[in-house]
Design a protein around this ligand. Structure first.
Ligand code: SF4
Length: 400
């Protein structure tokens, strides 16, 4: 078993570049699930493989989070994506874990309480169909062993429809990575990948199968590599906005580019963590706050402001829309208030059923950020708490 875990450690280390959740890279932006270690430290698990290095926390369809192992089945790859540590032309040790080995190792990790699920991806070894067959074989074995927990499977672009269907039947979530917002941008960083008849056709096949009732409980997702192809924020968010109109597409992940030695992009500067964070905030506005793409505060260069969160920038440009009366605003209006998110809006609506909200402390107790008081009235009274407190929001990556 030790050999399998040695190999698993190498394959899990290889998967670090594949974003499966905001914050699954410990150096990057985080959301509520964030990055987390195992339930037990490695020494208590008696493993040479140190799972705390390769585990992220995934949100479960039922609510809550679970520690999930992220692993590549192989880092052998026929492609030469310019940003990738596993590109074919890079001279690195290559390794492969078999479906049987992966199923056995996951079984052991689950039994020891280290993880509650897995995210399985792979380099492109032998073409999309062959690679997808191996991912499906691993998932079949994992399910056959009785595992009913979280299983996120990568769909290799260009896989056959029957393979995609089987993966969706086995998975909790599937993903097809776009990597770049347009075919032109993709061509700059991943010359072997095809945008329309490879990646997008697989995205559309997933959506078609979902519309026919093949529904992984956590839907499908995608990932962009941010900052490698010279793309702008407006180009990324335009692509994401289009994807959100597709059946079952839950969310896009924005994975900041980080240069890898001995790749064509090794001298490119890493994407600032703040850019990644602002993209996530703008994405939330599209998905959960009812904003449209043309309301987002892009500059003339297509970039989001970096020194202020996008909702605050939007609100500052529209002083005529504020203040909003907390006791009469509908949900959509409340979600426009800086420092008020969907959960807080729900709490406000529930609380005011029992009587008017008149005190700033009440609003803050419901979870609103102090800045919100600058944009609302409480039973007709305007009671902001001042710039010193409200300024805290501008640098944060939390509720926009
Ligand atoms: S397909 Fe591209 S991104 Fe994926 S492992 Fe191969 S070189 Fe890396």
């Amino acid at each position: 078993m030790v050999d399998v875990f040695d190999k698993l450690g190498r394959m899990a280390r290889a998967a670090v570049y594949d974003a499966a959740a905001p914050g699954d890279n410990p150096d990057r932006a985080s959301d509520r699930c964030g990055y987390g270690g195992p339930l037990l430290p490695a020494r208590e698990l008696h493993l040479r493989f140190r799972p705390e290095n390769y585990i992220f926390r995934a949100k479960l369809p039922s609510g809550g989070c679970a520690p999930v192992l992220k692993v590549l089945m192989t880092n052998v790859c026929e492609n030469n994506c310019a940003y990738c540590a596993h590109r074919q032309d890079r001279d690195i040790p290559r390794d492969t874990i078999s479906p049987e080995e992966l199923a056995r190792a996951l079984d052991e990790l689950v039994r020891r309480g280290a993880v509650g699920g897995a995210f399985i991806s792979s380099g492109d070894a032998g073409g999309a169909a062959r690679t997808m067959d191996r991912i499906i074989a691993a998932a079949e074995l994992i399910r056959r062993r009785g595992f009913v927990g979280y299983l996120h499977l990568k769909i290799m672009p260009g896989s056959e429809e029957e393979q995609i269907r089987r993966a969706m039947e086995l998975a909790t979530r599937v993903s097809v990575n776009l990597e770049a917002p347009t075919a032109e941008h993709l061509g700059r960083i991943a010359p072997d990948k095809r945008f329309e008849d490879g990646i997008m056709s697989s995205v559309k096949t997933v959506a078609k199968l979902i519309s026919r009732g093949v529904r992984p409980p956590a839907g499908h997702t995608t990932q962009f590599v941010v900052g490698a192809a010279g793309e702008s924020d407006v180009e990324l968010l335009t692509a994401a906005d289009g994807l959100y109109r597709i059946d079952g597409m839950r969310r896009a992940y924005y994975s900041g580019f980080a240069p890898v030695a001995n790749t064509p992009l090794e001298y490119l500067r890493p994407t600032p963590v703040r850019r990644e964070g602002r993209l996530y905030q703008a994405d939330w506005l599209l998905r959960m706050y009812g904003f449209s793409l043309d309301e987002l505060p892009f500059g003339t260069d297509g970039a989001l402001p970096q020194d202020v969160n996008p909702k605050l920038a939007w609100a500052r440009a529209r002083p005529n829309l504020f203040p909003i009366e907390v006791n009469t605003a509908d949900r959509g209006e409340l979600l426009r208030v800086p420092g008020v998110g969907p959960i807080i809006a729900k709490r406000i609506i529930e609380t005011r059923r029992a009587g008017k909200i008149r005190e700033p402390a009440t609003l803050l107790r419901l979870g609103a950020r102090p800045l919100a008081l600058e944009y609302v009235t409480l039973d007709g009274a305007y009671r902001p708490v001042g710039e010193a407190t409200s300024g805290q929001l501008e640098l944060g990556f939390g509720t926009p």
